[in-house]
Design a protein around this ligand. Structure first.
Ligand SMILES: C[S@@+](CC[C@H](N)C(=O)[O-])C[C@H]1O[C@@H](n2cnc3c(N)ncnc32)[C@H](O)[C@@H]1O
Length: 277
């Protein structure tokens, strides 16, 4: 784990923060940028400061490498920093890890013994390898592969040594062909379920999660019903829901995204506890 995880503020750690940023900038290729993970990405960051959760983990401000053009992580991802507080997980899997913002947040907040990320896009995994190296994260395995395939699931299970205590996901929200689709395949694979939808992601998660483990999924609020039906179909139960209001001007503070915490049906208390973030 990098020496600056969990540290923050001015003082002796400033140097290590500067070195992290330097390493990331050096690893940043043409057509890429460094996306800091900071609370202000979501609203003005009040959801973090209101909770008095202390200093923001400094390593996250270093952020991740992302394409200048293409899919970049969305504001709702940063909310996971608050939600994960107090949770313990030694083994974590990020399904469809993309540029790795969820993986990095889990690495910094939970410091797991083993972390595995998988994505169908080789380019994303290659980029994330550079991000992980710049953060000097150990115990991270990154795989290119289709999470629907049993052999990929078996490889992930082998790497985490059985089941994962925490499985993270941000599956594509939209059905194939919905709305104005990007002409870039890399974007469509992130936004539309061309190679896997929420049911596929939850099905893989169910096979990968340990007994008593949790699955955390971020999803579009208007499509909550799709996630609930898919969860039921694959044998998962929703334990908790956190909703994130729409903070765009004129949108009236309506639910925009949510984080769902799921477990295997019958293993954990269900009965969805719904909270506003
Ligand atoms: C909405 S993006 C999320 C990316 C990243 N986790 C984030 O939160 O910014 C969905 C990701 O799932 C990946 N994906 C889609 N279908 C997949 C599949 N069958 N196997 C593995 N990854 C897949 C996409 O390539 C994309 O990176």
């Amino acid at each position: 784990m990098t020496d600056i995880s969990g540290s923050s503020g001015p003082g002796p750690n400033q140097d290590s923060r500067d070195r992290l940023v330097e390493r990331l900038e050096k690893a940043c290729g043409a057509g890429e940028l460094r996306s800091p993970i900071v609370p202000e990405r979501l609203g003005r960051g009040h959801w973090w400061s209101d909770r008095k959760l202390g200093e923001w983990p400094a390593a996250l401000t270093g952020g991740v490498l992302e394409p200048k053009e293409g899919y970049r992580f969305r504001p709702e991802n940063v909310a996971m920093v608050a939600l994960l507080q107090g949770l313990e997980a030694d083994t974590v899997v990020d399904l469809g890890c993309g540029s790795g913002s969820l993986l990095l947040i889990a690495a910094v907040v939970l410091t797991p013994r083993r972390l595995v990320g998988v994505d169908i896009q080789a380019e994303s995994i290659e980029r994330l390898k550079r991000t992980v190296a710049a953060h000097q994260l150990e115990h991270v395995d990154l795989l290119v592969g289709d999470l629907r395939r049993p052999e990929i699931q078996a490889e992930i299970a082998l790497l985490v040594g059985g089941g994962a205590e925490l499985v993270l996901m941000n599956p594509p929200y939209f059905p194939v062909g919905w709305g104005r689709t990007s002409r870039h395949e890399a974007v469509r694979l992130s936004t539309h379920g061309e190679q896997g939808d929420v049911r596929d992601f939850l099905g893989a998660a169910k096979r990968l999660v340990s007994k008593g483990g949790q699955i955390w999924a971020v999803y579009d609020a208007w499509r909550l019903a799709e996630l609930l039906v898919a969860a039921g179909e694959v044998g998962l139960a929703v334990q908790r829901l956190f909703w994130i209001p729409d903070q765009r001007p004129g949108k009236g503070d309506r639910p925009y995204r949510f984080w769902a915490v799921l477990g295997r049906r019958g293993e954990a208390e269900s009965g969805a506890f719904i909270e506003r973030l």
